[in-house]
Design a protein around this ligand. Structure first.
Ligand code: SF4
Length: 339
């Protein structure tokens, strides 16, 4: 589950400085912490004024967690938002497809993305037109074909899918569908992982997350040699040779749960760096080593941009009713199949 983080008590620069010291003392120096404390105070004030909540993805910058009402993966955030009955506005500190999902599940609320450049290499690897074409081709060969799209896709792609899935429930969704032939889009690595877990035919797309795809097995082996007791937790968007070296293949939220509950004390978190930063701050007494891979799209969201978004109500996510309804159907189908 995602976690509720924000507090209405103002944070002092000294508190921020102490909190961030374990991450990078040079970057989070006193001057930066002073500036951030002012921005955080103003964001919290505007949140109240606008009746807004802030949802932050696990890969966000640590200072964003200070203003977030919920931190988690994209789907649990969108679902959390549905329960925030007294919010009129959702500011999504994540990337574009995530803000779209929040809009799909919360159509009556205004959903804002602080920076429209916050895209995603995976979501960009497939368009609705290309999917429609490929689906039509394949249906001539496999008339029972079903399309499963990872949540890291645009709302238009979701709307053309029979069901969505997350990294946590992909296998369950594929198994539950009444078809032996699944076009699984767009992540080739996740598709490969799912194929290892099912007897159904998985037809993959050629998309990948540029962050996870660049992590290689040699890096993992090097860490293992240096620390044989370390637990390696890898995200299924990583390549197959990396997953083969992992102690557990988990979604980001499942990694956080695993690290909290495990008796192990050292973990290599093989996913975007933001998650290990979050774990370092939230799970004291344990050590987290990271793959040192940053998602440039996630890091486009800043405190300054978030403040500006709340101040001017920019950039609003708008979807047509047809797309929103189609994407909602695919998301609901996922929840039903994975239940
Ligand atoms: S980490 Fe990868 S999948 Fe996630 S937003 Fe960045 S590019 Fe997209």
């Amino acid at each position: 589950m995602g976690i509720t983080t924000t507090s209405c008590v103002d944070v002092t620069p000294e508190q921020l400085y102490r909190k961030f010291a374990s991450l990078d003392g040079q970057y989070y120096d006193r001057a930066r912490c002073e500036r951030y404390a002012v921005l955080i105070k103003e964001i919290k004030r505007l949140k109240q004024q606008r009746r807004a909540i802030i949802l932050a993805h696990n890969y966000q910058r640590p200072e964003i967690f200070e203003v977030a009402d919920f931190v988690g993966d994209s789907l649990e955030l969108a679902r959390q938002a549905r329960n925030a009955r007294n919010a009129d506005v959702i500011v999504f500190c994540g990337v574009h497809f995530m803000a779209e999902t929040a809009k799909v599940l919360n159509p009556e609320r205004t959903v804002l993305l602080p920076d429209m450049r916050a895209g995603c290499s995976l979501a960009d690897s497939i368009s609705a037109d290309d999917l429609a074409e490929r689906k039509a081709e394949l249906m001539k060969i496999f008339p029972d074909l079903k399309v499963v799209s990872y949540v890291n896709t645009t709302a238009e792609v979701k709307a053309l899918s029979d069901a969505c899935c997350t990294s946590a429930n992909a296998v369950k969704v594929v198994e539950a569908l009444d078809s032996q032939n699944i076009l699984f889009v767009p992540d080739q690595n996740l598709a490969h992982y799912v194929q290892t877990q099912t007897k159904k035919r998985i037809i993959s797309w050629t998309g990948s997350c540029y962050v996870h795809h660049q992590i290689n097995a040699e890096e993992i082996e090097k860490v293992r040699r240096a620390m044989p007791d370390i637990k390696v937790l890898a995200h299924p968007e990583c390549r197959a040779d990396v997953l083969a070296l992992a102690d557990a293949v988990l979604s980001t939220s499942a990694m956080a749960r695993y690290a909290r509950e495990s008796s192990a004390s050292r973990f290599l978190i093989v996913t975007e760096c933001g998650l290990s930063d979050r774990l370092l701050m939230e799970v004291p007494g344990k050590q987290f080593f990271k793959a040192c891979k940053l998602c440039m799209y996630m890091k486009m969201i800043t405190l300054e941009g978030t403040l500006e978004s709340l101040r001017t109500m920019r950039h609003e996510i708008v979807l047509s009713d047809e797309v929103r309804e189609g994407a909602r159907r695919a998301l609901e189908r996922m929840l039903e199949l994975a239940a």
